[in-house]
Design a protein. Structure first.
Length: 334
């Protein structure tokens, strides 16, 4: 079936699901791009899943409803209990009328041909249950460590910032696992689940711009809490996790964290020479980690200071969340 045939044969071809949480200005920018799609306005709908409803977000949706006069149809879905983007996306696609469900985020800007490119890619591959489009993430030159890390999303195999999934496939796998309560690994989990039904392919003509949002100083330390959900993904798909996500454990983290704990314990028992040796190992591992993060990134004094501080803090904080994930999901995850 061609895209033209699908548009003719069914009033609603594709449903766009946009989860959001108290970012009305970004949502307005996102909806502006979605309403400007070069696609039959009667053949797609937009479902905004407001995870933690607020008046400002609701008013943005109502504003676009008044402007579009029902084409495309905009639906506002208030998610009363804040549960995270996975649950919000589930609420969105359960209300979807289209045979194809397109997912994007409230901080993206879709290319005018985004819907056409994604639907066409999915319809021309009968064996494909989903396709992933391209994500453009411009960053500074040289970038900060945070920008470089965030822009890794552009290289993801499958990201909910830009993907198209057959609705019947979502029904078959039960949609997103709502235990992923943060925006982390829930898309990889869905990709692995969909892979049991058919192929997950690419849609290079479906592009979105995803600007890297500003972040506060030292943000990478707080982001380590996401590792908690790596434990869940690893428990469900250990082989796929090692193949697609992280081939080996972060041994440098274990070396730095283990040496620091050993030094503290040895100092407590007055084993000063051994404690000094452990501190040397910790210092060396931390220095290697810091140098790696500084490679090909900004060398401004503020950024260098941030890298030194966060390189000290990240290994023990990351290991803490890794252990919490192990205990919570009852899995041995290194």
């Amino acid at each position: 079936m061609t895209l033209a045939q699908a548009t003719t044969d069914a009033a609603m071809v594709v449903s766009v699901v946009v989860p959001t949480w108290r970012r009305p200005d970004m949502l307005r920018r996102c909806l502006t791009a979605l309403c400007a799609q070069r696609f039959d306005a009667h053949a797609f709908e937009i479902l905004v899943a407001d995870d933690g409803p607020d008046d400002a977000t609701r008013e943005v949706v109502f504003e676009f409803q008044r402007q579009t006069l029902g084409a495309p149809r905009l639906i506002y879905l208030p998610i009363v209990d804040t549960q995270g983007p996975a649950a919000a996306r589930n609420a969105g696609w359960w209300h979807a009328q289209g045979a194809i469900v397109a997912f994007t985020d409230d901080d993206t800007i879709a290319d005018p041909l985004w819907l056409r490119g994604g639907c066409a890619a999915l319809l021309r591959e009968p064996e494909a249950v989903a396709v992933a489009g391209d994500i453009d993430m411009p960053i500074s030159d040289p970038p900060t460590d945070y920008e470089r890390d965030a822009s890794g999303l552009a290289n993801a195999e499958f990201a909910t910032a830009n993907c198209f999934v057959r609705r019947d496939a979502l029904v078959s796998v039960g949609g997103f696992d709502e235990r992923f309560t943060r925006a982390w690994r829930e898309d990889a989990d869905l990709m692995f689940a969909l892979g049991t039904l058919g192929t997950v392919s690419r849609a290079p003509d479906a592009r979105v711009l995803h600007p890297v949002r500003p972040a506060k100083w030292g943000v990478s330390v707080g982001q380590q809490s996401k590792v908690f959900f790596d434990a869940l993904l690893y428990k469900k798909y250990p082989t796929l996790y090692r193949t697609h996500i992280r081939p080996t454990p972060p041994w440098l983290y274990y070396m730095a964290g283990g040496a620091l704990l050993a030094a503290i314990a040895l100092l407590a028992f007055a084993q000063y020479p051994l404690a000094a040796a452990a501190l040397v190992v910790w210092g060396a591992a931390t220095a290697v980690f810091c140098v790696r993060r500084l490679r090909n990134t900004s060398r401004t004094p503020a950024h260098v200071a941030e890298m030194i501080w966060t390189s000290i803090a990240i290994p023990p904080v990351s290991l803490y969340w890794r252990v919490r994930g192990d205990l919570h999901f009852k899995v041995l995850f290194l």
